[in-house]
Design a protein around this ligand. Structure first.
Ligand code: SF4
Length: 565
């Protein structure tokens, strides 16, 4: 164990606010998040996970992606847990939280840094049992299933408790028996019991269950959830939202935007009421998290629950906030607001099922600026189905007009602000109506982003942000890939570079990105049942291509449209 790592871990523990995790319990679990500490400690899924493990009586320690400055040291020594400095491999079970597809690369790397084989098939019974959960395997478990022994598919509250009951009664070191016995457990997906069949040309024909595991895997969800559990439990001041008590306010979304994976995966919409009182961990702000926080039926009560803290909203939908609510948010010191027009034209916004006229968007921006909000972020996607060059030109025009609309409010307050255009490549996601759509040619996407940057950069009070196009390509392949795509994560991890990893994996990867999937094709996640019917998704894709919108959920009216209620 090296001095530097021990010092950093001690400093982190000393700075954290909240209950320290229990070191001893009926088994030793390591809660793993394959991103840096600052990102991990701002993730509600990860916070829920280590708190739930501790509440169940396990000894719990956390392991995250090491700091860049310490990576060489970890290579020489081993991956160690933050909470007790013990080797992460010295555990009965790892629980790995996967929120983003590209985390699969770091997941593979963390296994290697811990001295464990990244592939499940190459580990023996002496290795900890590796359990993975989170949005990534819930959408498409196949790439993850090559690395983890077990994927837990479902909302944490619904799948973790039965799994822990099973773990208490069965020895994970007797791996073969342990895994075989999971066949009846809700949401337990054991990769070795699901085998893919391919055609001679490499197309996926089927994913077939063996060993008594269900052919169709139900992904359990809870009818309601307790926001006091899905909140920040341990506040790390150096984290991305280090001064904010993040809390989940709703799951699912009534609007069913066709590109949105979380909005579909967590259907039906389930808003939570604010608790009678919220704990305090010495934070300045309350961060309300959900797919459409501004549309929450009890938003006013959530804002009131801030009780003197600043309020931040993870998303604001056009038209969802009244003037009075904007004023309440300003009174609660909302400093920045994010709106997501998604596309530059009303036509393309109808395609993605987020209908709005330019006038409505401009009015919302004007209201935000008049409410003293100085940083207004506008989210756009490029590469959407049916998109044309005119749609991209319209992104520049709309941003410029938003800036002009905001300037009126800013001038009245005597202080100019900034419009931040966040433009990113659209990535088709499993379990959404766009799951059949191709990502497209990465070179074209890169050119389109550069063109937008050139046009937006000269505009005063406007800034453009975008993610790396290479990361987007990796995400597109890992999102939609079958079991063989785990090799891509391993190759990128080995190469330490996306481009080299892609070439080493499959020089013809471009064909995968540009291929249009047909309704008759077998998709790697077709055997999962998240509650939303496939024929509904097909119809929605057809509606999108025809430019037709679908109405929001009609809650409380015995709707059967998508199958989730
Ligand atoms: S069944 Fe109807 S109300 Fe329920 S989630 Fe689907 S569209 Fe919405």
């Amino acid at each position: 164990m090296t001095q530097k790592t021990a010092k950093l871990h001690a400093a982190r523990r000393a700075a954290e606010v909240g209950e320290p995790l229990p070191r001893h319990g009926w088994r030793r679990a390591v809660a793993v998040y394959p991103s840096p500490y600052e990102v991990a400690m701002s993730n509600l899924g990860y916070q829920w996970l280590f708190h739930a493990l501790a509440s169940a009586g396990l000894g719990v320690a956390r392991a995250v992606w090491p700091d860049a400055a310490l990576l060489a040291e970890v290579e020489r020594d081993t991956l160690r847990a933050i909470d007790d400095d013990r080797a992460a491999a010295d555990a009965d079970v790892w629980f790995v939280s996967l929120s983003f597809e590209n985390d699969l690369v770091r997941f593979a790397e963390l296994l290697r840094l811990a001295g464990l084989a990244p592939r499940a098939a190459a580990r023996d019974d002496a290795a900890p049992l590796i359990v993975a959960g989170g949005v990534v395997p819930m959408l498409n478990p196949e790439p993850t299933a090559a690395l983890a022994d077990v994927c837990l598919l479902g909302e944490g509250e619904a799948v973790l408790r039965p799994f822990l009951d099973y773990l208490r009664d069965h020895d994970p070191a007797r791996r073969e028996d342990f895994l075989a016995g999971l066949r009846d457990l809700p949401g337990a997906y054991v990769g070795r019991y699901y085998q893919s069949r391919y055609a001679a040309d490499g197309r996926l024909l089927a994913v077939e269950a063996r060993g008594g595991f269900p052919a169709r895997v139900a992904v359990p969800k809870e009818a309601r959830f307790d926001p006091l559990l899905t909140r920040l439990h341990l506040r790390a001041p150096s984290a991305a939202f280090g001064d904010t008590l993040l809390i989940e306010t709703a799951r699912g979304c009534v609007n069913r935007c066709r590109f949105c994976a979380a909005g579909h995966l967590f259907l039906p919409f389930r808003p939570a009421s604010p608790p009678a009182s919220l704990p305090r961990l010495g934070e300045d702000a309350l961060g309300l998290v959900g797919s459409n926080v501004s549309g929450h039926p009890e938003l006013e009560r959530w804002i009131a629950a801030a009780d003197g803290r600043r309020v931040t909203l993870s998303s604001i939908r056009r038209g969802a906030l009244s003037d009075a609510q904007w004023a309440r948010l300003t009174a609660a010191a909302l400093a920045a607001a994010a709106l997501a027009p998604e596309a530059g034209t009303a036509r393309l916004r109808a395609v993605v099922n987020k209908p709005a006229t330019d006038k409505e968007i401009l009015a919302e921006v004007a209201r935000a600026a008049a409410a003293s909000i100085r940083n207004i972020k506008l989210y756009y996607l490029i590469g959407l189905p049916t998109e044309t060059a005119e749609d991209r030109v319209a992104i520049v025009e709309l941003t410029q007009r938003c800036r002009d609309a905001a300037m009126v409010g800013w001038k009245a307050k005597g202080r100019a602000g900034k419009i931040i255009a966040s433009v990113n490549p659209f990535i088709p996601k499993p379990q959404t109506p766009f799951q059949w759509h191709p990502y497209g040619d990465p070179a074209e996407r890169q050119k389109q982003l550069a063109d937008l940057r050139n046009k937006l950069r000269p505009l005063p009070n406007v800034e453009m942000q975008s993610e790396s196009p290479r990361e987007a390509v990796l995400q597109a392949l890992l999102s939609l890939g079958d079991r063989r795509t785990a090799d891509l994560a391993l190759r990128v991890a080995e190469a330490g570079n996306i481009q080299r990893g892609l070439k080493a994996w499959r020089p013809d990867y471009l064909a995968l990105l540009t291929a249009q999937r047909e309704f008759g094709d077998c998709l790697p996640w077709d055997h999962l049942d998240i509650g939303v019917r496939r024929d509904y998704l097909e119809k929605e894709y057809e509606n999108a291509l025809a430019g037709k919108t679908s109405p929001p959920c009609n809650l409380g009216h015995r709707c059967r449209l998508c199958g989730a209620c």
